[in-house]
Ligand binder design. Structure first.
Ligand SMILES: Cc1cc2nc3c(=O)[nH]c(=O)nc-3n(C[C@H](O)[C@H](O)[C@H](O)COP(=O)(O)OP(=O)(O)OC[C@H]3O[C@@H](n4cnc5c(N)ncnc54)[C@H](O)[C@@H]3O)c2cc1C
Length: 318
């Protein structure tokens, strides 16, 4: 039996993919349905719609706001307007609650022959802690007002994180992810309806992505863009890769096969994480950073933003 621990977006997706293909699968998550998920709820509508259609969800029913213009700003530049290419926010809580309804929750009891999926996100409850882990602190408010009507990003000095304001229909998510809590004042000045906060994993943990009969997906293995913090689609993508491996190859040597495919798809996250770390240390003009510029462009484009990197290099070089 395949037992999925963690019914966040990656666990839910994997559950339905496996179940709909006839696999013997169960899921467990102690989280209550009315829990307010700490996340900006921003994603790429086009890519998300494709994945959701595979588990019979019509993604457009959950969209709250579509970006019309996107502002990128930073300590050395004041607001560049970028063109969206799918960037939107959606009701992540509702989508997750609705799609968990058909899942019979069963506490994970390990038996011989079981495959355990660690989809427990930041907790890594089954794979365990890893010394290479890099986590940022976050603080996010749900608000009725924002100084920014459309999608807004402000990149903190020395690449230590960013502030965001995303519209959610008639409300906003205003948040910050940073190496340090000293930047949290930027969010605290807003009037909050709710607070949502947890650490976010900002570097991949792909060596290994498995341990014995335990296999990790999603943020548990660090499928979060080290530059943008985008983790929803990358985590779903990791679940799709695992589903594909199980469907094609069964459970024999599953860990090795899956790890190789994750490395191929997300290997560039290690390069991005290293670029961000170099910037944070002040080592900006490094040949490996220049080589990674194409990956920075790729990860921003995938989030649903048309992006040309050159005007932004100045922000980091100055
Ligand atoms: C403040 C913030 C803002 C973000 N904004 C964005 C954004 O705008 N766009 C974007 O793409 N990404 C964003 N992310 C990242 C994104 O939310 C995550 O990377 C993504 O949701 C990861 O999905 P997941 O399924 O791997 O893990 P999660 O969604 O974290 O799910 C893990 C689940 O495991 C459960 N669990 C924990 N321990 C156990 C256990 N022992 N047994 C069983 N279950 C367990 C938890 O209850 C949880 O439901 C943000 C993250 C944060 C913190």
């Amino acid at each position: 039996m395949i037992k999925i621990a963690g019914l966040g977006i990656s666990g839910i997706y994997l559950y339905h993919r496996l179940r709909n293909s006839g696999f013997d699968v169960s899921g467990y998550d102690p989280q209550k349905d009315n829990y307010y998920n700490p996340c900006g709820y921003a994603t790429n509508e086009f890519k998300m719609s494709e994945y959701m259609s595979k588990i019979n969800i019509d993604f457009k029913d959950y969209i709250l706001s579509r970006a019309e213009s996107i502002t990128f700003s930073g300590n050395n530049f004041t607001g560049k307007t970028l063109t969206p290419n799918g960037l939107c926010t959606f009701d992540k809580n509702k989508l997750e609650t609705d799609s968990r309804k058909g899942i019979k929750r069963q506490i994970i009891a390990q038996k011989n022959g079981d495959i355990i999926i660690d989809a427990t996100g930041i907790s890594r409850s089954y794979l365990g802690q890893n010394n290479a882990d890099i986590q940022y602190k976050t603080l996010e408010y749900l608000t009725e007002e924002s100084n920014f009507p459309d999608f807004y990003f402000y990149f903190l000095p020395r690449g230590r994180g960013y502030f965001w304001s995303f519209p959610l229909g008639n409300k906003f998510h205003i948040g910050i992810g940073s190496r340090t809590t000293e930047d949290f004042y930027m969010v605290r000045k807003y009037k909050k309806i709710k607070v949502a906060s947890r650490n976010i994993r900002m570097a991949p943990l792909f060596n290994p992505v498995w341990k014995g009969n335990i296999i990790g997906v999603g943020e548990a293995i660090g499928t979060v863009s080290p530059l943008t913090g985008e983790g929803i689609l990358p985590s779903i993508k990791s679940a799709e890769i695992l589903f594909d491996c199980i469907s094609k190859y069964g459970t024999q040597n599953l860990g090795e096969i899956y790890e190789e495919k994750i490395g191929k798809e997300f290997g560039y996250y290690a390069k991005l994480a290293s670029m961000v770390s170099n910037i944070q240390k002040g080592n900006i003009v490094k040949i490996e950073n220049i080589r990674s510029i194409k990956y920075a462009k790729k990860t921003i484009n995938e989030f649903g933003i048309q992006f040309n990197i050159l005007p932004f290099i100045r922000h980091f070089v100055k």
